[in-house]
Design a protein around this ligand. Structure first.
Ligand code: PDD
Length: 283
């Protein structure tokens, strides 16, 4: 079955969903995006993703294509039209279509959404855990804005693949910023969760916010601060979070086994709590 794709007010079969070559998303990566997950036909953490989208657009002086209520209606319609039971919804807003120029044009934004059907709950990686390598963080300086400039993360994933691993953790000035497409965490030997503090250096993950809230509720100590690869390698556990993975354990960093090489207990618990709690507020 061909997917139904949303393009600027129209729901179209994917082969008919087209965007201009003059769209600034295509020409200049002048675009922002969000990925939300769907379980049992329900959209998880919609409000958080919508708020972050508004922030990304406002940081770039980009016009919003519609209201949040309209966006919610489009998300629901996409789930319905694509009969999406489990998977992801990808949304992209671009500044719009204009002749190529570095100066922002005063045009209407483009809005595109598509769905991806996928087993996000029963993913093998949630059980086995990921092997990661560390690589220099070569991305730009405003990683808090969720832009579509994803070549550096793609290069990182390719480097990981070439090394026989699953993903890469990015290192800047000696400290881990985040994963290529997820936030990175370690659990110290005394059971404290450590994750990079928010700033321009990392994306403020919607899953990160929820997982840290649930961890605090479960009386787990949290430290938001930079950590090194060496500290991570001697940690009890390591894990990542994102809308598409929820919580995935990390069992190896640069060839060094973390803990006993199995998915960590805290990561396993937080994944369980995250799935249970976020389904309660799913729409
Ligand atoms: N990536 N950091 C980066 C660099 C990311 O690209 C992502 C999300 C996250 C986690 O954010 P959230 O919990 O809001 O998904 C952190 C998405 C899933 C992607 O690009 O596919």
């Amino acid at each position: 079955m061909s997917r139904i794709v949303y393009v600027n007010g129209e729901y179209l079969p994917e082969a008919e969903a087209k965007i201009s070559v003059f769209d600034r998303g295509f020409l200049m990566a002048d675009a922002v995006y969000e990925v939300t997950s769907v379980i049992d036909g329900k959209i998880l953490a919609f409000d958080g993703h919508a708020e972050r989208l508004e922030r990304s657009m406002s940081e770039l002086d980009m016009k919003a294509p519609c209201t949040i209520d309209e966006l919610e209606a489009i998300h629901r319609e996409m789930v319905a039209r694509n009969n999406l039971s489990e998977g992801l919804i990808y949304l992209q807003v671009t500044r719009g279509i204009a002749d190529r120029d570095f100066v922002y044009p005063d045009v209407e934004p483009s809005l595109v959404l598509f769905t991806q059907s996928k087993n996000v709950v029963d993913s093998p990686m949630a059980k086995t855990g990921m092997k990661v390598i560390s690589i220099p963080d070569i991305r730009w300086g405003r990683r808090d804005i969720k832009t579509v400039q994803l070549l550096a993360p793609s290069m990182g994933k390719m480097a990981a693949k070439a090394a026989g691993c699953d993903d890469a953790w990015l290192v800047e000035d000696g400290f881990v910023t985040e994963g290529t497409s997820n936030n990175a965490y370690i659990v110290t030997q005394d059971g404290t969760i450590v994750t990079r503090n928010l700033g321009h250096e990392i994306l403020s993950g919607i899953t990160r916010a929820a997982v840290l809230r649930y961890a605090a509720e479960a009386q787990i100590k949290i430290e938001e601060r930079p950590f090194t690869i060496e500290e991570a390698q001697s940690a009890k556990e390591a894990f990542v979070t994102s809308a598409s993975t929820f919580v995935w354990p990390v069992v190896e960093i640069d060839g060094k086994t973390i803990g006993d090489g199995k998915a960590g207990e805290i990561a396993r618990r937080l994944r369980e709590i995250y799935l249970e709690e976020s389904l309660k507020t799913a729409i």
